[in-house]
Design a protein around this ligand. Structure first.
Ligand code: ZN
Length: 312
């Protein structure tokens, strides 16, 4: 099935015709193109589906089969998605401020450095032959609208596509990789550049201060995304766009990352992969620019959503 956005309305492409989804479904889905995606969120610590201006509490809607713990749904992902696609009625209102990290306790968090050609160029670094991999320690992850407490004056932004593992991936071929992914989220790999380079290169610690890994606003399943390998992404500081790119510029695409990483070790349900940031970070600018208290960092990815974090 091919879903597209025509003049701001969700449509299904049928050869040389389109079907308007809102009209065809009697208003059950659409016209907002985002309304056709399955969105799994964490609302006040409970797993929910986001359905327009409502949420459906997953434990309530499934009589306790799935949820309320958000991480539990990734353990039985295939069955969960089948269930989720049938849920169309909410159990309460959607409140943005209630949203927390939709993947709050992954067992493993992978992050990739220098994974966009544009970012490798601005950093003056050669394109790596294998993914330059580090971790963001899980305790550094935070919610999509949480404040970020800045430590020092060299804290930088890095918008990133985040992939969440749905089924265990062990020695997976690139062609099968997308089938192991539960969905996508927007992430910020916020980086303390001083700490990052304090002891040679210690990427993992420099990118793991408290709250330096906001993720959200939800995890979107990939089935409805027309081309998950080519999504616009960017971020702004106080409304000024500082990163603006497409995931088609990735050096190692999401499927290539799954193949490369799963050749080394198993990727487990609920694991998180920060796939790297495009050009436009603050540290490579002349003069260098960093985040300051009071600023708002907004980050977005096409077909996925927008997160917003105030710096304090
Ligand atoms: Zn990064």
């Amino acid at each position: 099935m091919k879903i597209a956005n025509t003049n701001g309305r969700a449509v299904i492409v049928l050869g040389d015709e389109i079907a308007d989804i809102a009209t065809a479904s009697g208003g059950r889905f659409g016209p907002d193109p985002m309304s056709v995606y399955v969105k799994i969120a964490n609302s006040n610590g409970r797993a929910v589906l986001v359905l327009g201006d409502e949420i459906a509490d997953i434990a309530e809607a499934s009589d306790g089969r799935f949820g309320p713990d958000v991480m539990r749904i990734y353990d039985d992902w295939t069955a969960f998605v089948d269930f989720a696609r049938g849920i169309t009625t909410g159990t309460g209102p959607f409140v943005e401020a209630d949203l927390g990290n939709p993947v709050p306790a992954p067992r493993q968090v992978f992050a990739i450095g220098l994974n966009y050609r544009s970012h490798a160029e601005e950093s003056g670094m050669a394109v790596p032959a294998v993914p330059a991999t580090f971790t963001k320690f899980p305790a550094s992850l935070s919610g999509p609208f949480d404040d970020v407490e800045l430590a020092g004056d060299t804290v930088d932004w890095e918008v990133e596509l985040v992939a969440v593992i749905g089924t265990r991936a062990d020695r997976v071929a690139e062609a099968d990789a997308w089938s192991h992914i539960a969905g996508l989220a927007v992430g910020q790999d916020i980086s303390d550049r001083t700490l990052q380079f304090a002891a040679g290169s210690q990427f993992s610690l420099g990118k793991s201060r408290r709250g330096y890994g906001p993720i959200g606003p939800w995890v979107v399943t990939i089935d409805e995304i027309p081309n998950p390998d080519d999504l616009a992404l960017g971020c702004s500081v106080d409304g000024e766009t500082v990163q603006d790119a497409r995931t088609s510029d990735l050096i190692f695409s999401v499927p290539q990352l799954i193949a490369e990483l799963s050749a080394v070790l198993s990727l487990l349900p609920g694991d998180v992969i920060f796939t790297g940031t495009p050009a436009g970070v603050g540290v490579t600018r002349t003069p260098a620019r960093f985040l300051a208290p009071g600023q708002t960092l907004e980050s977005w990815i096409e077909c996925v959503g927008t997160i917003r974090n105030r710096c304090v």
